[in-house]
Design a protein around this ligand. Structure first.
Ligand SMILES: Cc1cc2nc3c(=O)[nH]c(=O)nc-3n(C[C@H](O)[C@H](O)[C@H](O)COP(=O)(O)O)c2cc1C
Length: 321
C-alpha cells in the first residue's frame, strides 16, 4: 500500500497502557502529537472507594481540568467486577473532573483475570451489562461512559454478545481491541475486519484498536474496520510522533528529537513524588524505541546495568555525548 492513500478524518486516541504510559509520558506524547484523547492506565476497584490521592497519582491531570498541559483530555479508566463499587468510584472520578469514565474489559494479565476483572469478564457478558448499567445510572447524564473490550475470550464470534451487553448497558462509546484474549498480542491474529462485521450493531462512537504501527496501518485499519476513529498503543511508543504521522503525514521523528524527548521524560519524572522507577521506565521505553531506532538499542545496552536513578541519568547523558 502506498503512502498516497488518504486517511479519513477521525479521532486518534492514545491507548491506556498500565505500567508504561504514565503521566509524564502522556505529557510528552501529547505535546508532540495532537491526540484527541488519552485514557489512563487502569486502576483496580475491589470493594472500596479509592482515595483522592490514588486517583491523582493515576491522573494528576485531574488537577488541571482533566487535560494534559498541551490540552488533551485524559479519561480515567477503572477495572473491576463489582458494579456498585465501580459506580462509587466512577462518581468520585467524575467529581474530580475526569472527562468521561472508561471501563476496562480487555486486560489479559493473569493477576487481573484471577481477580475476575479485565478480559475475564468477556466470558460474562451479563456482568459487563450489569456493571455498565449500574455505573451509567450512577453518573450524571452529561458524563460519558465508555468501555474497552477485546473481541472475545477465545473466539471472535463471542463479540456479538459482548457488544450487545455493552450497548444495552448504556455505554456511550466503545473501543475494540481487535483480537481475543487468547490471541494475546500475536500480530497475525489481528482481526480489524471483525469490527466492520459488528459496526451496524453499535449506535455509539466506535474506536478501532490494535497493531497500528504506521500511517499505512492506520489507513488499512480504517478500511477494514470501517471505523474512522483509531486508538494507538505500542506504536505510539515505538514512534513517538505516530499520531502526527497518521493525521498530518509528518515524517518519523529523528533519533536526535527522540533523545530530547527521553531527556524531557526524565526531567518530568524527576519532579514527580516517586522518581525511583525512572531507570526501569526509560529502559522499558527504549525497548519499544529500538524497534524503530538502532540508536535506541545502543543506548539501551549502555544503560542496561544502571539502576540507581542519579547514575542512570548521568549515563544517559554521557552516552549521547
Ligand atoms: C504493557 C501494556 C499495558 C496495557 N495496559 C492497559 C490498560 O491499563 N488498560 C487497557 O484497557 N488496555 C491496556 N493495554 C492494552 C492496550 O491499550 C491496547 O489495547 C493494546 O496494546 C493493543 O493496541 P496496540 O497494538 O496499539 O498496542 C495494555 C497493553 C500493554 C502492551
Amino acid at each position: 500500500m502506498s503512502e498516497q492513500q488518504s486517511i479519513k478524518k477521525g479521532r486518534v486516541i492514545l491507548a491506556p497502557m498500565e505500567g508504561v504510559l504514565d503521566p509524564p509520558l502522556r505529557e510528552i506524547l501529547t505535546a508532540v502529537n495532537q491526540y484527541d484523547l488519552c485514557v489512563t492506565e487502569f486502576v483496580r476497584v475491589v470493594d472500596q472507594l479509592l482515595t483522592k490521592k490514588t486517583l491523582l497519582r493515576l491522573c494528576p491531570e485531574l488537577e488541571q481540568g482533566g487535560k494534559t498541559r498541551s490540552g488533551t483530555p485524559v479519561r480515567v479508566q477503572l477495572l473491576g467486577q463489582h458494579p456498585q463499587w465501580l459506580a462509587e468510584n466512577a462518581i468520585l472520578a467524575t467529581e474530580m473532573g475526569s472527562p468521561g469514565i472508561d471501563i476496562n474489559f480487555g486486560c489479559p494479565a493473569k493477576r487481573v483475570n484471577q481477580s475476575c476483572g479485565g478480559a475475564a469478564l468477556l466470558k460474562e457478558p451479563e456482568t459487563i451489562y450489569q456493571i455498565l448499567k449500574t455505573v451509567r445510572a450512577a453518573l450524571p447524564a452529561n458524563q460519558l461512559l465508555s468501555a474497552k473490550v477485546r473481541l472475545g475470550w477465545s473466539s471472535p464470534e463471542e463479540c456479538y454478545e459482548i457488544i450487545d451487553a455493552v450497548i444495552q448497558g448504556g455505554a456511550g462509546e466503545l473501543s475494540i481491541h481487535a483480537r481475543t484474549k487468547e490471541d494475546g498480542y500475536k500480530s497475525d491474529a489481528i482481526k480489524w475486519e471483525w469490527i466492520q462485521r459488528v459496526r451496524n450493531r453499535i449506535p455509539v462512537p466506535l474506536i478501532a484498536n490494535g497493531e497500528i504501527w504506521s500511517f499505512n496501518d492506520a489507513v488499512k485499519c480504517q478500511m477494514l474496520s470501517g471505523c474512522d476513529d483509531l486508538m494507538v498503543g505500542r506504536g505510539a511508543l515505538q514512534l513517538p510522533n505516530l499520531g502526527a504521522v497518521i493525521t498530518q503525514q509528518q515524517a518519523p521523528m529523528s533519533w536526535d528529537q527522540v533523545y530530547q524527548l527521553l531527556l524531557e521524560y526524565i526531567e518530568i519524572s524527576l519532579s514527580q513524588p516517586r522518581s525511583d522507577y525512572i531507570s526501569s521506565r526509560v529502559k522499558q521505553w527504549l525497548v519499544f524505541l529500538k524497534q524503530q531506532y538502532d540508536e535506541a538499542a545502543d543506548l539501551f545496552r549502555s544503560v542496561r546495568t544502571f539502576h540507581d536513578t542519579a547514575a542512570f541519568v548521568d549515563q544517559i547523558k554521557a552516552s549521547k555525548a
